[in-house]
Design a protein around this ligand. Structure first.
Ligand SMILES: Cc1cc2nc3c(=O)[nH]c(=O)nc-3n(C[C@H](O)[C@H](O)[C@H](O)COP(=O)(O)OP(=O)(O)OC[C@H]3O[C@@H](n4cnc5c(N)ncnc54)[C@H](O)[C@@H]3O)c2cc1C
Length: 487
């Protein structure tokens, strides 16, 4: 048991709530997991989030070990009107896992995965990273669509939508969610699926950080790999136009088993890059082919000839999933400032603006990227999950990345903003909620959900009328007809 002293903690109303040592002891007694305060062993790891640009710290951390623990914490936070944050993998770029000065639920002790290969589902704990699920499911030759960096949290990724190399085949990660077990603001543990609590289930598939604490995800699995064909091909950035044209042609004809992302960046001083290219501007295409005939399908790219390196080869799917984990641009502790949009197609005007912007990046870690996601997600009914954006075929934009001691931070931010100003009008009008920044205002979240936003507000009013779950890209509860202000 922790040694408890009374102390102040950020409250929902904006001020601080004083908790007595007796109240903290009561919480500690109700939770099997751990309570941590600054200075306790494990505190620094518990509060570590990926984007160092967001400087926030909670006052108190609980690491629950069961749904029962989670319910006790939700009851405590609600009853004392405390600001509450939830950390899955801590990768959210806006740092929403941490409510400044508040209480944080760090789900890292609930990191179990159970695969039911017969039923083709995985039951996934809320503290799992993508790699936990990929490793467990690939033992059965199965997978669900998850993201490009295996250290990302399953929870935040899935609850905001989720896309990766398998999205073209199987849709958003949220489309593959069959069920959640969730503790709502009233402290109840509920099951939500397509038959039970259907409005809640619709809402969590895209805006899920707003409605409770998910304590179990059930994800549908598909046969994938275990060997796929994938890797990176790099060319000099002087050939950017040629490569971008070939990329566009590839994405128009590629089978859904082939996903390609194109990146304009500075070549890192990595062993796989010939030394003479270290620090040079390059254009690269990262591919993952999980079907038959990869050689024929990759011909439009490989036909360009004369790459700096072509690393595309057969490899285990789990290796593909972690290929970017050690990229210097994805390292924990960097400052990260991203602006992206959904695109319905790649026009020449877009590609010109994309190339021009990318070539002006001042930080060698910054990059510009286009992800191809068109396919299964475009075919779903428009109201199948709050994630929506069924017209998105590409996700593209600019990522400013620099180490904390780089004095040119403002310059890197300005670069992203200027580039984004040039591309934003090509957007479908939606944007990916999981790529929003802390500074983005409410209109950006409203546009991320488009016509689903009103319905989300109504579901929010039903399950979380006091907006307990607000450390997220927030959906505010719909106002009762006569009321003038919102929590
Ligand atoms: C390096 C990197 C690569 C990425 N690549 C991809 C990608 O390929 N595809 C993609 O789709 N996205 C990608 N993302 C974005 C990613 O989806 C989001 O950052 C996502 O929020 C990460 O989830 P997390 O659990 O790690 O986040 P956290 O920061 O822990 O949480 C994010 C939000 O989810 C809420 N939350 C966490 N756990 C729960 C829970 N159990 N119940 C309810 N709410 C909860 C938190 O309150 C918070 O608001 C990437 C991000 C990074 C940093």
């Amino acid at each position: 048991m922790m040694t408890t002293r009374g102390f102040g903690i950020a409250g929902l109303e904006g001020g601080r709530v004083g908790l007595t040592s007796g109240q903290l002891e009561e919480l500690d007694a109700r939770v099997e997991g751990r309570l941590l305060r600054q200075g306790d062993e494990g505190w620094e790891d518990a509060i570590l989030i990926w984007n160092r640009m967001v400087a926030r710290s909670p006052a108190l951390v609980v690491q629950p070990s069961s749904a029962r623990d989670v319910a006790a914490v939700v009851d405590f936070a609600r009853d004392h009107r405390l600001l509450l944050g939830i950390k899955g993998g801590g990768h959210n770029i806006a740092g929403t896992a941490i409510a400044e000065g508040g209480l944080m639920l760090d789900m890292s002790r609930m990191r179990d995965v159970t695969v039911d290969s017969g039923a083709r589902v995985a039951h996934v704990g809320p503290g799992c990273l993508l790699q936990d699920v990929d490793w467990a499911t690939q033992e059965h030759g199965l997978a669900t669509p998850l993201g490009f960096v295996s250290l990302t949290g399953v929870a935040g990724l899935t609850l905001g939508g989720g896309f990766g190399y398998l999205t073209r085949r199987f849709g958003w990660t949220a489309d593959n969610l069959d069920e959640v077990e969730i503790v709502t603001a009233d402290g109840e543990l509920r099951t939500a699926n397509r038959d039970e609590n259907t409005d809640l289930f619709w809402a969590v598939r895209g805006a899920g950080a707003n409605f409770g604490v998910v304590t179990r995800f059930t994800l549908r699995l598909h046969e994938v790999g275990p060997i796929i064909t994938g890797g990176l091909i790099l060319w000099s950035a002087e050939r950017a136009d040629e490569v971008l044209d070939a990329y566009r042609a590839l994405t128009e004809s590629a089978p859904r088993e082939l996903t390609a992302a194109t990146v304009l960046m500075t070549a890192p001083p990595a062993p796989f890059v010939p030394e003479e290219w270290h620090g040079a501007r390059v254009v690269g295409t990262l591919v993952c082919h999980s079907g038959a005939n990869p050689a024929a399908d990759l011909e439009p790219l490989r036909g360009l000839g004369d790459p700096i390196v072509d690393l595309v080869d057969e490899m285990p799917y789990v290796e593909m999933q972690s290929l970017l984990d050690n990229s210097p641009s994805e390292a924990k502790g960097m400052h990260q400032y991203w602006k992206t949009e959904y695109l319905a197609h790649l026009s020449t005007e877009y590609l010109d603006a994309f190339r021009d912007g990318a070539l002006q990046a001042a930080s060698p870690l910054s990059y510009a990227v286009i992800f191809h996601v068109g396919g299964a997600l475009n075919e779903r009914a428009g109201d199948d999950g709050a994630v929506g954006n069924r017209d998105a075929r590409f996700i593209s934009g600019f990522s400013g990345v620099w180490p904390p001691d780089d004095p040119r931070g403002e310059e890197h931010v300005a670069w992203v903003r200027q580039c984004w100003e040039r591309i934003r009008h090509f957007s479908t009008g939606g944007n990916y909620v999981n790529f929003q920044l802390a500074e983005d205002d409410a209109t950006r979240t409203v546009s991320a959900y488009g016509r689903n936003h009103d319905r989300l507000q109504r579901v929010k009013a039903r399950y979380d009328p006091a907006n307990l779950f607000r450390s997220n890209r927030n959906v505010r509860p719909a106002l009762p007809a006569a009321s003038a202000s919102q929590p």
